[in-house]
Design a protein around this ligand. Structure first.
Ligand SMILES: Nc1nc2c(ncn2[C@@H]2O[C@H](COP(=O)(O)OP(=O)(O)O)[C@@H](O)[C@H]2O)c(=O)[nH]1
Ligand SMILES: [Mg+2]
Length: 326
């Protein structure tokens, strides 16, 4: 009975909860639901830890997109725990996950180095449709609202529509954009854009690039060229290269992140579309394997739907306080 009551309440949450922890919970509600239901289905009041239970936990962790390394880590911990304790319940597992993941994320550098660099140059890369352009619009709005002068460079020169889309986002965010609908050479636009950013005293320059796959050699060379051109103007730039990943493809985004980081330096990740998926656990798999911090997460299509990543809020939204809040 209590279970049904909780479920009903969750469905009637307001569309936008005002506080950030609630935004996390609401935005991640599909993943949260998967974890909650998964854990509840594993346990009665308390279960003796035996090989049958461990196998079921293992299957549950895999199905939750946590990946092999994280699954093994959790199973090891459970085995350790079982030496101290005979019975285990879902709250114990949640405690354990909250602790393990909290430790995993704790030293991540989450901010973009805006204070140390003026302008701070951020290159945004990823495959087609991952959410690069949308994310740049949201980032521009986020930093502009906090008083920073933001300039966007439209370096996706393959499609005129891409430039128009970015233009709309720049208008929404109220920031300047450097674009050239005639240009075919992205590094030329980038060069002009960086010069413009310097002369206009921009605090932050965001560069939108065309979608590319890591195995398309000419596109990766083009990315190298963009990097060289940036460094010609500002030697230690780009200060940040953000790889945008579609969170709704789960473990496949781990494969993408792994391959991208082999061929171009990636300093941070942005995981989008976590609002529409139950595969939020894959972010933990990515973090564990790649040691690249997640800096922002996308929880919707609107301007305010990009949130700075908070490991504590993320982990809590997925595993925390099921009884108290939902
Ligand atoms: N639900 C949801 N949709 C998103 C999010 N981020 C991007 N999208 C959508 O994903 C689609 C592709 O985004 P776009 O920025 O054009 O991707 P790009 O090709 O990498 O530049 C668009 O329809 C966006 O509205 C997100 O966080 N949540
Ligand atoms: Mg785009």
């Amino acid at each position: 009975m209590a279970w049904f009551k909780r479920k009903k309440q969750e469905e009637t949450l307001p569309e936008k909860a005002p506080e950030t922890p609630q935004r996390y919970e609401y935005g991640l509600s599909k993943s949260r639901k998967r974890f909650r239901e998964g854990l509840l289905s594993l346990f009665g009041l308390g279960m003796k830890i035996d090989s049958g239970l461990l196998e079921r936990i293992e299957a549950f962790l895999y199905e939750s997109d946590l990946g092999t390394a994280v699954t093994e880590l959790i199973l090891d911990e459970i085995e350790k725990e079982s030496r101290k304790k005979l019975l285990l319940n879902e709250a114990d597992i949640r405690e354990l996950m909250l602790r393990l993941f909290g430790e995993m994320f704790k030293d991540d550098e989450l901010s973009i180095p805006l204070e140390q660099n003026q302008p701070c140059v951020v290159l945004v890369v990823g495959v087609n449709g991952a959410g690069k352009t949308t994310t740049i619009g949201k980032l521009a709005s986020h930093y502009s609202a906090s008083g920073k002068k933001v300039l966007i460079i439209a370096a996706d020169t393959y499609r005129a529509a891409a430039i128009e889309q970015l233009d709309i986002w720049a208008q929404r965010a109220g920031v300047e954009i450097i674009k050239n609908l005639e240009a075919k050479n992205p590094s030329g636009i980038v060069y002009d854009g960086i010069q413009a950013g310097i002369s206009r005293n921009a605090d932050l320059i965001l560069i939108d690039t065309a979608g590319r796959l890591h195995n398309k050699a000419h596109l990766m060379q083009e990315l190298d060229k963009i990097r060289r051109v940036i460094a010609k103007v500002i030697p230690d730039a780009p200060h940040e290269t953000l790889l945008v990943l579609d969170g709704s493809i789960g473990q496949n985004s781990l494969v993408q992140a792994r391959e991208f980081s082999k061929v171009t330096p990636v300093s941070g990740l942005i995981v989008t579309k976590l609002d529409g998926t139950a595969k939020g656990g894959s972010m933990i798999a990515i973090r564990k394997e790649l040691h690249i911090p997640v800096k922002f997460i996308g929880l919707g299509e609107k301007l305010g739907d990009l949130l700075p990543f908070s490991p504590a809020m993320f982990v809590n939204a997925l595993f925390g306080g099921f009884e108290d809040r939902s």
